[in-house]
Design a binder for this molecule. Structure first.
Ligand code: 13P
Ligand code: SF4
Length: 354
């Protein structure tokens, strides 16, 4: 839907007034009305790097969700202030692993006598606390574009991996990209005593998967893949690795949001695609590639937007930019020093992956 012209003009003016002092980052799942003001767009990996590459910007306005703004704060200098236009833009997956739960899990692994063999690998989609836990215990962060490289690295450091908080990305990477079997993976449920696992099960596992998932990607089903294949003969099914294993196993291609965009750029005219990722991105891609004769549909019509990503709308962005232009620092995201130091260690291990 077209954006309110008055708000567009206000955002433009506030941004112009701020000049180089502000740098606006936009995740691919953001609304079009917000994306039009992003200086760069990207997936969570690209944005983490881009935030660090702008030391002259006093304000980093992060159009995305809370954990991304935290990561930007960790990777930028103290003089740079990261702003999240709506503080309610969280991530349900990141909320599925709290510092207390993860500390308790480590006790369970210690009890089972395996903590020393375990390397934590945490998905970018986690709180700064979880990233700090990861750094403290010798682990690394990963995103959906480098999960295999992160796991390769982790299995050089230890015999087992504790993968947080997205069980699907962990399982899909282990089974699809690393040649492990489903039996090599166990799921640790933070709501059950000892994670719902016996010490023997923990000792036998190679991948200990945290019981978290994405509330958007987790809703695509095997039925949606079968249905679209029936409806559109010759369709290529391309899904994000946060989808369930059975969906990923039935798809033709699997990859991060940046991968999805590149695959569609390279696709020949006349090709047909069903995409299993967030709806804002799929709609934008469908519009962008329609003139080139590429037919792009959303994998499952019953799945909808990421509601927390969508909290960042044009009114919130205008408010944040105008406040900054008037000298009022609003909605700053600031990670405390100790958490930051350990979280940074984990993030830097990721950035140094081959
Ligand atoms: P990527 O941006 O790493 O593809 O992750 C998708 C996602 O769910 C972000 O919230
Ligand atoms: Fe979190 Fe999923 Fe939304 Fe990404 S799409 S912010 S993982 S709930």
């Amino acid at each position: 839907s077209p954006s309110d012209p008055d708000l567009v003009e206000r955002a433009r003016r506030a941004k112009e007034k701020l000049g180089d002092k502000v740098f606006v980052l936009g995740h691919h799942y953001q609304r079009d009305e917000v994306i039009q003001f992003a200086d760069v767009t990207g997936d969570s990996f690209k944005l983490a790097r881009d935030a660090a590459a702008r030391p002259e910007a006093e304000y980093i306005v992060f159009c995305g969700v809370h954990f991304m703004a935290e990561s930007a704060d960790i990777l930028t200098s103290d003089a740079q202030k990261v702003v999240l236009p709506d503080l309610a833009a969280g991530c349900s997956m990141a909320d599925m692993a709290t510092a207390e739960q993860v500390a308790e899990c480590w006790d369970v692994l210690t009890e089972a006598g395996i903590a020393e063999q375990v390397v934590p690998v945490s998905y970018m989609n986690s709180s700064a606390d979880i990233k700090a836990f990861t750094g403290k215990h010798g682990g690394t962060i990963c995103t959906s574009s480098n999960a295999k490289r992160a796991l390769d690295w982790a299995f050089e450091q230890g015999e087992k991996v504790l993968f947080l908080p997205d069980q699907h990305l962990g399982r899909n990477t282990a089974v699809r990209d690393m040649g492990m079997s489903l039996d090599d993976c166990v799921v640790y449920n933070p709501h059950k005593p000892n994670g719902g696992l016996t010490a023997d099960e923990l000792r036998a596992a190679k991948m200990i998967l945290w019981r978290g998932h994405c509330s958007v990607h987790g809703r695509f089903s095997l039925d949606s893949v079968n249905d679209v294949r029936e409806r559109i003969p010759g369709v290529n099914v391309l899904v994000h690795p946060e989808c369930k294993h059975e969906v990923v196993a039935a798809a033709d291609y699997v990859g991060s949001t940046e991968y999805i965009i590149k695959a569609l750029e390279a696709a020949p005219a006349g090709s047909k695609w069903a995409i299993g990722t967030e709806l804002n991105l799929v709609r934008r891609l469908a519009n962008r590639f329609a003139p080139e004769g590429k037919e792009i549909v959303f994998l499952d019509k019953t799945v909808c937007f990421c509601s927390t990503m969508n909290r960042i709308d044009l009114p919130h962005l205008v408010w944040a930019l105008e406040s900054l232009a008037e000298g009022n620092l609003v909605n700053r995201i600031e990670v405390d020093k100790e958490t930051e130091a350990f979280a940074k260690l984990a993030l830097e291990r990721m950035l140094a992956l081959p």
